[in-house]
Design a protein around this ligand. Structure first.
Ligand SMILES: [Zn+2]
Length: 282
């Protein structure tokens, strides 16, 4: 498989032939940065773990050069940071038993530039090789521009696939902005009650980010627990961990559906419920 960036990489943890490793993918997560996948898409990682008929693949769009650095890593050059982040992402692929890891290695600005078509072409090539049934990416209300741009490129690439080759489901997941604000009826809830040990291991691998002064490991586990407890106002906790997704599937079932309007409808439903409650109780 030939991607546009000469530095792009395909990593197959168990050494299977690339074509076979890609083709057995059932669940695929696509993120902007190294570590986003283990924050936002752990449900499909756990679902595929130790299965023979379900396989998880991960794709990272950016090169990780611009990341903040501190502690052990404080004097690292951009290139050294890039390399350490690639190494960490490969370790996660081994621990999580991914079938394949694709590192597209684009600078963030190329992902954010809507006129830049190469990232979309790479994604399309990958979708054709993998034919995943379930795809996970960033949600469209994330507050990190590279995350939102990644989700938009994923949608555009999927819209270029023939309808019969598209995945069954596309989900937008939580990293930089939780999806707690979605109405419960609009939430896709991913149950993360099992394998807390593996969840902690996958998050803990990204030492260069955590030592960079951000406890993403604790924050992500904390968000999962908070989501589980604050999901049901009147019932008992039925899960010990949850992450939330926004169902983006309608955007790949109807190529003409305006993306911005689709997200605004979620926001409008939230705004209406807040307005109704204030007028009812006031
Ligand atoms: Zn990120």
């Amino acid at each position: 498989m030939k991607f546009h960036q000469s530095s792009a990489e395909l990593f197959i943890p168990d050494g299977l032939a690339p074509e076979k490793a890609l083709r057995r993918t059932t669940h695929l997560a696509i993120s902007a940065h190294q570590d986003d996948i283990e924050i936002m898409a752990v449900e499909p990682i756990l679902r595929c773990f130790q299965q023979t008929d379900l396989w998880f693949s991960a794709t990272v769009m950016s090169d990780g050069r611009g990341s903040p650095r501190d502690d052990l890593y404080k004097d690292y050059s951009d290139e050294e940071m890039r390399l350490v982040r690639i190494k960490e992402q490969k370790k996660a692929a081994i621990v999580g038993e991914y079938t394949a890891l694709v590192l597209l290695d684009y600078p963030s600005k190329a992902i954010k530039d809507a006129k830049e078509k190469q990232p979309i072409e790479d994604l399309l090539l990958m979708f054709k090789a993998m034919k995943p049934q379930f795809v996970y990416t960033h949600n469209l209300a994330d507050k990190h521009d590279t995350h939102v741009a990644t989700a938009l490129r994923v949608i555009e690439a999927l819209r270029r696939l023939p309808a019969a080759e598209r995945p069954k489901k596309l989900f937008g997941c939580e990293v930089w902005r939780s999806l707690d604000w979605l109405l419960d009826s609009d939430k896709v809830a991913f149950n993360l009650s099992s394998h807390e040990n593996l969840q902690a291991a996958l998050l803990g691998i990204f030492d260069s980010q955590i030592c960079g002064g951000k406890r993403y490991d604790l924050a992500s586990i904390g968000r999962r627990k908070a989501n589980a407890t604050y999901f049901e106002t009147h019932g008992l906790d039925t899960a010990s961990g949850l992450s939330f997704g926004m169902d983006l599937t309608p955007l790949i079932e109807d190529d003409k559906k305006p993306i911005n309007n689709y997200v605004q409808e979620y926001i409008a439903r939230f705004a209406q419920v807040v307005a109704d409650s204030l007028s009812r109780l006031g």
